[in-house]
Design a protein around this ligand. Structure first.
Ligand code: WT7
Length: 662
C-alpha cells in the first residue's frame, strides 16, 4: 500500500514491551547543554513566533514580515522574505572570518584517499559550479537530476543548484537506470549531474552507464555533467556530456548570488513508496532551512569544536537535511565518507572516528545491528572517547541495539538521540534532547520544541497515556513538504485526509504511562492475528531481544485459522556457527520468546533463519517483499532494493523450509 489508507490502526498493546531503563544525561553533560528545559514552554507559548525568531538567524536579503500563512493543507512560511540558501550555508561563514574552518573531511573508500575542504574552498567550488550550470543554460526553477557517489562534488552540485535557484532532485546512486529515468521524467529534469562511478564495498561501482541507459527514455535531457571519480571508461555522447573538471576550470571563482523568495522550490526528493509511482516530495527554501538549521543546532547540542558525521547517503533526505543544509547553515565541520561500513575492514568507521575526532555520530538502526553482528572487537580496538552524542534515524531502534550503541560505541557516556521524521517533514520532529531528556531505549520521547504532535485513535481522539494509535502532527511546521510534485490532490489525499486538519505520517505510535512517545512502525505493517492487533515493530523488538539474533523482519501472512499469521525472518549474530540441530532449537526458542514477551497470539507460525534481509538503500526492511515470498506471490517491484538477490535467496530458503516441514 503506497497511500496510507484508513483501516483500523489504533493498537491496543497487549503486553507492555516498555523498557524500564531510563538514561538521563550525566550531570556533566547536562551542565554544558546549550538549552534548558524551559525551551519547551518558550516554544509552545507561541510556536510561530518561536520559529520566526529562529529563521532570523539565517541570512536574508529581504527580511520577512509574514511568518505563517495557513490555508490547510497548504502552508507558506516567511513568504515575503528573500534569501539564497547557499549564502546561508557557505558565503556567510567565509564573510564572518571562518573561511579556514574545515567544512568537510572527505574520506574516500580507498585507503588514504582524503581531502579537507574549508568553507573558502567550498565557496569557490560552489561558485564555479553555479557558473558552469548557468553556462549550460540551467535557469531558476529548472529541475536538475543528481545521481552521484558520496564525493565532495555531490555537496557542491546541490549548493550550486540552490545558488542559481535550480531545483535539485537526487536519486540515490544505487538505484537502477529505470528508477532514475522514472524520476527524471516525473520531475521534467533537463539536466543531469553524475560521475563515472564511486568506490563502494571494495570496488568501483559505475554510475554513468545507468545514466546513459536512463536517458534512452528521457529525450528532454540536454546535458549531463560528469565527475571523473573512478577513472573507468565511459561512453560519451558528444554535445550532451560534459566533464566536470573541464568545465569548472574555465569558470570564474566567484559568483554573485541572487536572492529568491522564501517559498522558492529548493529540491525534490522522491520517496521510494513500497508500490506505485514514487512521490516527488517538494521542499522550499526559507522554512526548510530554518527547520533543519534549528533542529541540528539544538538537537545535537552543537559545540564549536564538534566534528559531525551523518553516516547517510546524500541520496536520502538525511543527507540533504543533516549533511548539506542543516550542518552547513551552522558552519560546522563534518566527515563525508564515500564507502560502505566495511570498506577497508570492519573497523573502518571506528578508525575514521578516532583519526578525525568525530564527536557526534548519526546513523541508522540497521547499521548498528550490523555492527552488533560483526562483534565488539572492531570498535573495541579503537579509542572512541572523542564521541559525545550518538544519533539514530530511519526506523524504530530496538532497545538492545540502543543499549549496545550507548555502551559499546558511546562508552556509556553518550546520550543516544533517536530522531523520528520523514522525507516529508524535512527535519526532526520527535526526539529527545541530549542534554535534557532522560531517554528510554527505543523511545523517540517527545516532540521537538515548536512542533505539535498527538497520538490519536481511529476517531482522531487523543489517546490516554499507556495507549497506542496513530501519530499525527497537529500544526504546520516550517520544514513541512509543500506538496507532491505535480499532484496537489495526491498530497491532500495522502497526508491530510485521514484526520481532519492534521497531518498523518502513516506511523503507529504509543504514549507510555509517562506520556513519552514510542514509534511502532508503519500502520500498513500491522497485523491482525486471531483478533489481536499487533505491530511488526513490537514482535521484531522481542525477537532481536534474543541474544543469538542480529536482525528480524516480521510479516503477517494470510492464515485460514487466524486471519493472519506471524512469519519471522531472522538473521543471527554468528550465522555460520549454528549447526542444523541447533538451528531447530533456536527457532523454537525464538518462537517461545515472542509468545512470552509479546503475547501468545504473536507466536510466529514460522521462523526462517536467513543470512540477509531485503532492504531499501536507506536501510528499511521491505516487508512487502517478504509478504510476497511468504505467500508465494509473484514479487513486486524490486528496483529500490539494496541487493535484489536477497529476495530470491530467501524464497529458496522458504521453499526448503516448507519441504522440510511436510
Ligand atoms: C519513515 C520515513 C527520516 C529520514 C530517513 C527516513 C520511519 C524514521 C524513525 C525513528 C521510528 C522512524 C517512519 C517514517 N522512521 N525514523 N527514529 N523511529 N521510525 O526517511 O524514507 O521518508 O522514511 O521512516 O516510519 O515514517 P523516509
Amino acid at each position: 500500500m503506497d497511500e496510507q489508507t484508513r483501516g483500523e490502526h489504533n493498537i491496543e498493546v497487549e503486553v507492555d514491551l516498555d523498557e524500564f531503563r531510563v538514561f538521563p544525561p550525566s550531570a556533566e553533560f547536562a551542565s554544558r547543554a546549550n538549552v534548558g528545559p524551559e525551551i519547551y514552554a518558550e516554544a509552545a507559548a507561541d510556536p510561530v513566533a518561536w520559529w520566526a525568531e529562529k529563521a532570523r538567524s539565517l541570512t536574508w536579503e529581504t527580511p520577512f514580515t509574514r511568518t505563517l500563512e495557513w490555508d490547510p493543507p497548504f502552508a507558506t512560511w516567511f513568504d515575503d522574505g528573500t534569501l539564497n540558501a547557499s549564502v546561508s550555508c557557505v558565503d556567510r561563514h567565509v564573510a564572518a572570518g571562518r573561511g579556514d574552518t574545515v567544512a568537510f573531511h572527505w574520506v574516500g573508500e580507498p585507503e588514504g584517499d582524503r581531502v579537507d575542504i574549508t568553507y573558502t574552498d567550498l565557496l569557490e567550488r560552489v561558485s564555479r559550479a553555479a557558473h558552469a550550470l548557468e553556462s549550460m543554460g540551467v535557469a531558476s526553477g529548472d529541475r536538475v537530476a543528481v545521481y552521484m557517489p558520496m564525493i565532495p562534488e555531490a555537496v557542491v552540485a546541490l549548493l550550486a543548484c540552490a545558488r542559481i535557484g535550480a531545483v535539485h532532485s537526487v536519486t540515490f546512486g544505487g538505484f537502477t537506470a529505470e528508477a532514475l529515468a522514472e524520476r527524471i521524467l516525473d520531475a521534467g529534469a533537463e539536466f543531469v549531474i553524475t560521475a563515472d562511478g564511486g568506490f563502494k564495498g571494495g570496488k568501483a561501482a559505475a554510475l554513468k552507464p545507468q545514466v546513459d541507459e536512463a536517458l534512452l527514455t528521457c529525450p528532454a535531457v540536454r546535458n549531463v555533467l560528469v565527475v571523473r571519480r573512478t577513472g573507468a571508461d565511459v561512453e560519451w555522447v558528444e554535445g550532451r556530456d560534459v566533464w566536470w573538471h573541464e568545465i569548472m576550470e574555465t569558470q570564474p571563482a566567484t559568483h554573485v548570488p541572487v536572492a529568491f523568495p522564501a517559498e522558492h522550490p529548493l529540491f525534490l526528493m522522491y520517496t521510494s513508496g513500497t508500490t506505485g509511482k514514487p512521490k516527488g516530495i517538494l521542499h522550499t527554501t526559507g522554512g526548510y532551512l530554518t527547520h533543519v538549521a534549528t533542529t541540528f543546532e539544538i538537537g545535537f547540542d552543537l559545540k564549536p569544536d564538534d566534528v559531525f558525521w551523518t553516516a547517510a547517503d546524500i541520496g536520502w533526505i538525511t543527507g540533504h537535511s543533516y549533511i548539506v543544509y542543516g550542518p552547513l547553515a551552522n558552519g560546522v565541520t563534518q566527515v563525508l565518507y564515500e564507502g560502505t561500513p566495511d570498506g577497508g575492514g570492519r573497523d573502518r568507521w571506528w578508525r575514521i572516528i578516532e583519526e578525525l575526532g568525530v564527536t557526534v555520530l548519526y546513523t541508522a538502526p540497521t547499521v548498528i545491528r550490523t555492527f552488533m553482528k560483526w562483534g565488539e572487537q572492531h570498535p573495541g580496538g579503537h579509542d572512541l572517547r572523542c564521541l559525545r552524542i550518538l544519533g539514530s534515524v530511519g526506523e524504530p531502534i530496538n532497545p538492545d541495539a540502543w543499549v549496545w550503541y550507548r555502551s559499546i560505541i558511546g562508552g556509556g557516556r553518550c546520550p543516544v538521540v533517536d530522531t523520528w521524521w520523514q522525507t516529508e517533514t524535512g527535519g526532526w520532529m520527535v526526539m529527545p534532547l541530549p542534554g535534557l531528556t532522560a531517554s528510554k531505549p527505543g523511545a523517540a520521547m517527545a516532540a521537538f520544541p515548536g512542533i505539535s504532535i498527538d497520538v490519536v485513535d481511529d476517531n482522531g481522539v487523543s489517546v490516554a497515556n499507556g495507549h497506542g494509535g496513530s501519530l499525527v502532527i497537529t500544526a504546520p511546521w516550517p520544514g513541512m513538504l509543500r506538496g507532491i510534485w505535480g499532484d496537489p490532490e495526491r498530497y491532500r489525499q495522502t497526508y491530510w485526509s485521514e484526520f481532519e486538519g492534521r497531518y498523518f505520517p502513516g506511523d503507529a505510535a504509543k504514549r507510555d504511562e509517562d506520556g513519552d512517545i514510542w514509534l511502532l512502525g508503519r500502520v500498513d505493517d500491522e497485523m491482525y492475528v486471531a483478533g489481536h492487533r499487533l505491530s511488526t515493530a513490537e514482535i521484531e523488538g522481542a525477537i532481536v531481544g534474543h541474544p543469538a539474533v542480529a536482525e528480524a523482519a516480521v510479516v503477517g501472512v494470510s492464515d485460514e485459522e487466524t486471519g493472519q499469521a506471524v512469519v519471522a525472518f531472522v538473521t543471527l549474530r554468528q550465522a555460520g556457527e549454528v549447526a542444523q540441530k541447533h538451528a531447530a532449537q533456536l527457532v523454537e526458542d525464538i518462537r517461545a520468546h515472542v509468545a512470552s514477551v509479546v503475547t501468545p497470539a504473536a507466536l510466529p507460525r514460522q521462523v526462517i533463519l536467513t543470512p540477509d534481509l531485503p532492504k531499501t538503500r536507506s536501510g528499511k526492511i521491505m516487508r512487502r517483499l517478504l509478504r510476497d515470498v511468504a505467500e508465494h506471490r509473484a514479487m513486486g517491484d524490486v528496483t529500490t532494493l539494496n541487493d535484489p538477490g536477497v529476495v530470491s535467496m530467501i524464497d529458496g530458503l522458504m521453499v526448503a523450509h516448507e519441504t522440510d516441514d511436510s
